[in-house]
Design a protein around this ligand. Structure first.
Ligand SMILES: [Zn+2]
Length: 449
């Protein structure tokens, strides 16, 4: 990593998906062995990559590199702060339209959706990157170039992803690739931090058109295949009382006492519950309240983060928190000597669902097969990304990288280098093509043996 230590610290301070992702990476036990796809998926990739039309798309990716770089810089320099993705969304919609999508629209929450019709349209495959960055309004997003390296906040995470899927669309248009399934190219809002995956949640909301496979493009490189969603629940919990003079009002409820008890009961039980089984974490991360040393506070609050790739485990720890909070409330009220009762406000401020797409699922096998084809060792990972939502809804989903090399995600000196970036485009295109099927009699089912 080419980060200075100061920037590393800054990066850690910013709450976000990719930081979570790096922290969450846990090699699965089999990483010491080579991970290889089942033969039928390797065959499928072999058949496709031998086709002239696929070779043509690969060549287009190479030829378009100067244009791809221009698009990348242009889009990076349109700020896209959390909850304020509209300006970038509008521009991205125009770019997808110009690239040749059949129809492009911006939905109620500002997701950009470009539909490329398939021959049968019986299935729908989504390929998506996120529009939002972690950077607040006013951040200087001008791209600076030093040697081959592009520097700018958001250059990699996830503007490169947006440009990667845009370029895949361009390549498919220019080479007239016809898929069997409909493909939706999506720029999603609200992936980072408190955005809480709101773009993908809206896209896949109840009653929305069915999606059969979901490929999120986030992060750099061409080895990672995120097929397990690291879920998280986040809470802000506030105990409230009347507050008063520390001597004159003594005997009224004290929110800090209740908070202290709640933390103690919660962490004691959560510790026991998380010693065994799948990695499950919890953190009382921020606490606050109180005004003066001679005043009983009127409020005491905390923010808590808990994570697991197991929905059951996450719910278990969540339940321990709820029980601890109610127990602390009851106990604090039972010892009061005067005044009104203490109250508590429990607010869920983050909810990222968890689960996994099995390694044996065709989508994961295809991603492995394509990575094998590129002669790169596939890294099967757990992370918190937009794929969490489809995974939790039972839609096969993965998150793969956008190619090239990058670093400093969520830091002001974020960088990205076009180190064989075209391989990232080939990978996205091939995974998409195997999943959507080529319409001319060489659909994946046709090569299954
Ligand atoms: Zn990201």
């Amino acid at each position: 990593m080419r980060l200075t230590s100061a920037v590393t610290i800054f990066a850690f301070l910013l709450i976000s998906c990719l930081t979570q992702r790096l922290q969450a990476q846990q090699p699965i036990p089999s990483t010491s062995q080579k991970i290889t796809a089942e033969k039928r998926y390797l065959d499928e990739v072999k058949v496709l990559t031998d086709l002239p039309v696929v070779k043509k798309v690969f060549q287009i990716f190479m030829d378009m590199e100067p244009q791809t770089k221009q698009d990348h810089i242009l889009l990076t320099e349109i700020p896209s702060p959390p909850f304020k993705e509209q300006v970038r969304a509008k521009k991205y919609a125009a770019m997808l339209k110009e690239a040749g999508a059949d129809s492009v629209w911006i939905d109620e929450v500002s997701n950009v959706i470009a539909k490329r019709k398939g021959k049968s349209g019986k299935k729908t495959v989504v390929v998506e990157s996120h529009l939002d960055t972690v950077f607040p309004e006013g951040t200087d997003v001008k791209v600076k170039q030093k040697g081959d390296t592009l520097y700018a906040p958001g250059i990699g995470d996830d503007t490169r992803g947006l440009i990667a899927i845009l370029t895949v669309l361009k390549g498919m248009e220019k080479a007239s690739v016809e898929t069997d399934a409909d493909v939706l190219f999506v720029g999603a809002v609200g992936e980072e931090g408190l955005g809480d995956l709101r773009g993908v949640k809206h896209l896949l909301r109840k009653g929305s058109p069915k999606v059969d496979a979901y490929i999120a493009v986030d992060g750099d490189g061409i080895s990672s295949i995120v097929h397990r969603g690291l879920g998280s629940h986040r809470y802000r919990i506030g105990f409230k009382g009347p507050g008063g003079h520390s001597y004159n009002s003594f005997g009224i409820v004290n929110p800090h006492s209740a908070l202290g008890k709640a933390i103690y009961y919660f962490t004691t039980e959560a510790d026991k519950a998380t010693r065994q089984g799948v990695k499950t974490t919890y953190s009382v991360s921020v606490i606050g309240g109180g005004t003066s040393v001679n005043a009983i506070p009127y409020e005491s609050w905390m923010e808590i983060d808990m994570r697991s790739e197991s929905p059951e485990k996450l719910n278990e720890v969540d339940q321990l928190l709820q029980t601890a909070v109610q127990r602390a409330l009851k106990e604090e009220n039972s010892i009061k000597r005067q005044g009104p009762d203490l109250t508590v406000d429990v607010k869920k401020i983050g909810d990222r669902p968890s689960g996994k797409t099995e390694i044996t699922a065709p989508l994961v096998q295809r991603a492995i097969a394509v990575t094998n084809y590129l002669k790169v060792e596939p890294q099967l990972e757990v992370a918190s990304t937009n794929a969490n939502t489809p995974i939790a809804l039972g839609v096969p989903a993965i998150t793969i990288g956008s190619g090239g090399i990058g670093g400093g995600e969520h830091a002001l000196n974020e960088w990205w280098v076009n180190d064989k970036g075209y391989l990232g485009l080939q990978r996205i295109f091939l995974v998409l093509l195997t999943e959507a099927g080529l319409a001319t009699g060489t659909s994946p089912s046709a090569v299954k043996k």
